[in-house]
Design a protein around this ligand. Structure first.
Ligand code: FE2
Length: 341
């Protein structure tokens, strides 16, 4: 631990030495079940965050070390879905849920959306400034966009508040868990961070623009469940296959996202279309009961409903998966040090 402080005072800082110490400390954590009490990641949180924010090479070396090391932990054989996810970053399973299951999911979805509190004029005006209105009622989050956006979201983040079908078919779905465990090479236990009922309706004025982005920079996964047969008018999910891998061209931008916002990137994770993979975008026009499993680092965008279209779906969020990368980088994530805002 003393060595770390010593090297920190060098001018210029010897990044290779710092990397060696960080790896040594990570190895100790892997061995002692992530007991951070005697770790540099506990004692020098802000300093390590500063080093990773200000040194792109150190950040990517550590990132790659985490990924390589993670693969040594989980050695089970991959199934077809994991293989497809690995290749494309996304996997669509048609007819995953049967009619009866869709019926119960849709009933609970409707109850959730119908309990959305009405916004008064002042609150509606605020959505024009803040994009969304957030309200909490009985520990459930109700989120409504401005009329120019057309989104309603009911977010359940506590298992006690999950509607029954969300609990049995989604939260306790062991197949989902096995796929994610295999994809992220982890044997640790985890649960969904949240389940969201979402309705995308036509905005007040017709729109056709896209907002290309990745979600969090951390290891994050989502599963979307489609509740009604769709057409192109129903605001389909748009994505670029195989854009989830961090190729050389993405690295500088992604490191800047980390520098500005950390593992949970927000505004800075949006980018212009020319930055995304140079291939045709794909449009997920799907059927009730289909599910979309995706690595949140796939380049994607929502689209807008047209005519009388609507998208009715549920999204399961797995935000903080128990990977080496997440455990260590989230530990130091509350320090921003020097962002622009
Ligand atoms: Fe997204």
């Amino acid at each position: 631990m003393k060595n770390f402080e010593k090297y920190l005072n060098d001018e210029p800082i010897n990044i290779n030495k710092i990397f060696e110490i960080i790896v040594e400390e990570s190895e100790k954590l892997i061995k002692n079940n992530f007991d951070f009490s005697n770790s540099i990641f506990e004692h020098y949180k802000a300093k390590i965050k500063m080093l990773l924010q200000s040194n792109q090479k150190l950040f990517w070396n550590f990132w790659e070390y985490c990924e390589k090391r993670q693969k040594e932990i989980y050695t089970k054989k991959e199934n077809e879905i994991t293989k497809e996810l690995r290749k494309n970053g996304i996997c669509i399973k048609s007819n995953y849920f049967n009619e009866e299951q869709i019926k119960s999911l849709k009933n609970d979805w409707e109850t959730a959306i119908n309990s959305m509190p009405e916004l008064n004029k002042e609150e509606k005006n605020l959505t024009l400034k803040n994009r969304f209105s957030f309200k909490i009622k009985n520990e459930i989050n109700y989120v409504q966009s401005s009329e120019f956006d057309g989104k309603k979201r009911v977010i359940f983040s506590k298992v006690e508040t999950f509607p029954n079908s969300f609990k049995t078919l989604l939260n306790e779905n062991s197949e989902f868990k096995e796929i994610i465990k295999s994809y992220f090479f982890t044997e640790d236990i985890f649960y969904p961070s949240a389940i969201m009922a979402e309705e995308i309706s036509k905005p007040k004025y017709s729109r056709n623009d896209l907002y290309w982005h990745i979600d969090n920079l951390s290891d994050q996964f989502k599963i979307m469940i489609i509740l009604e047969d769709m057409t192109e008018d129903d605001a389909p999910f748009i994505y670029k296959e195989n854009s989830h891998k961090i190729i050389k061209r993405y690295k500088e931008r992604y490191h800047k996202m980390y520098s500005l916002n950390g593992m949970i990137t927000q505004d800075s994770n949006h980018f212009e279309e020319s930055f995304t993979a140079k291939k045709e975008k794909q449009v997920a026009v799907l059927k009730a009961g289909d599910i979309v499993l995706f690595d949140c680092k796939i380049h994607h965008s929502a689209s807008f409903a047209k005519n009388n279209g609507k998208r009715k779906n549920i999204v399961i969020y797995y935000n903080k998966l128990p990977t080496i990368k997440n455990k260590i980088l989230f530990k130091i994530d509350s320090y921003l040090n020097f962002a622009l805002k």
